[in-house]
Each structure stands twice: as C-alpha cells, then as structure tokens.
Design a protein around this ligand. Sequence first.
Ligand code: SAM
Length: 231
Amino acid sequence: MRFDIITLFPAIFDGYLTQSLLEKAIRRGLVDIACHNLRDWSDDPKHHKVDDRPFGGGPGMLLQVAPTVAAVEAVETFDPRPARRLILTPQGRRLDQRLAEELATSERLLLLCGRYEGFDQRVIEILQPEEISVGDFVLNGGEVAAMVVIDSIVRLLPGVLGDEQSSFEDSFSRGNRLLEFPQYTRPREYRGHTVPEVLLSGDHQRITAWRAEMSRERTRQRRQDLLDENI
Ligand code: SAM
C-alpha cells in the first residue's frame, strides 16, 4: 500500500516513519510512504509562499488553491495506482475503526495536511477529497492527524503485526466491535494484585468464555453505545 502525504512540514514525519512498526513495515516493503512539500508547487520562486489572507478579513492565513491543486495533481502521477484523496480537517467524517478498515483495502491514499486556518474552499470544490477528522478538537496542523490515520491503517495490513489475530481482537475491531478484555502478564502477583485464576488454568474454553464476558462487561460499563450498535 502506498501513502503520499502533502504537507508544509515533511520533517515532522521523520521520527515517526523511522521507528518501530512503521519502520519495519516500510523496510519489508509492506508500505511505501512518500512525503511531499507543498512549497515545491508555489508560484512564488523567491519565498515559496503558499498562503494568503482570507477574503472578507479575519485572523490567520489560508493555504492557496493553485499550489495545492497543482501538488495533488502532480503527486498523483508519481505512481500508476489511482489514489483515494483524503484531506485532514476537523470538519470531516470522524475516523473510527470501521473507516480505518475500509481505507486499509485501498491500494493508495493521498493525504493533504492543512496548516494555519486551513485551505481555500476551492481546494475541496475542485479536488473533491474525502474530508477526515480525528476528533472534535482543533490541532495546529494536519500532520499529527495524518499519522493517526496512517497508524490505524498500517496495523491492519497483512504481515505488519506479528499475529494477525491481534488486530482482529482489538477494541472496536471486526472480532466483536466491543472493548477488549483485560490482559495480564508476569508476575502472577504484584502488591497483592493477582492474575485471575482462569487465565492460569490452561482451559482454553473457559478462558475464551471469560474474555468474552469481560469484554461485554467492560463495554457495558464504559461504552454502552457500542453494545447498542451491536444489537
Ligand atoms: N480553521 C479551521 C476550522 O476551524 O475548521 C481549523 C484549522 S487547524 C488550526 C489547521 C489544520 O489542522 C487543518 O487545516 C487540518 O488539516 C488540521 N486539523 C486540525 N484539527 C484537526 C482534526 N481534528 N482532524 C483532522 N485535521 C485537523
């Protein structure tokens, strides 16, 4: 799967792409991630400016339509696979596990990261991207939101996690769409807190039943809305 990220700050991605699961997935050729600097499509040869003041007044700057449209159209030609266009915005469809699973079936995603007050509205009108939000709060830029989108997708791709079952059983996932059951590792006892006996029993039927029960109970306590959805 290929990701193309268009941003004013490609260096923000350096650490994220060179560590842990992402680094491994890239090294093993499971994902290909290319960052592109929006300023490369500026029509201002001197300062590479890509923002301007909003018509009608108001605080802040907006990212201009011409360099943004030019960047998307150029980046799309860098690979023969058609790209699903996503723009990060607090006004978009809220990312959830179902959307991450759906996006993970794409061959290629192009992510457009905003800054300042966001983009000139004609970017949306012309490129018609899917508008994606990572939550009802406002970030300084789309880069962290793009990382959230990529991270939620990459762990679903075949071969990325050591054990495929792991992402199947995660909270919100295809396994049951509920919160995951509690988990324990060694030692068996710490400061008087012990591991539930069933997990040490070696009886896999009982363990599976206990986990299913704990998953439902935890979801009932914390996220009744998920149980209601599942009815
Ligand atoms: N003025 C915009 C508004 O009120 O909708 C917010 C602009 S925000 C300061 C700058 C950029 O950060 C946005 O263009 C977007 O790319 C990104 N961003 C901020 N919050 C986000 C969120 N919750 N989800 C996705 N992207 C977000």
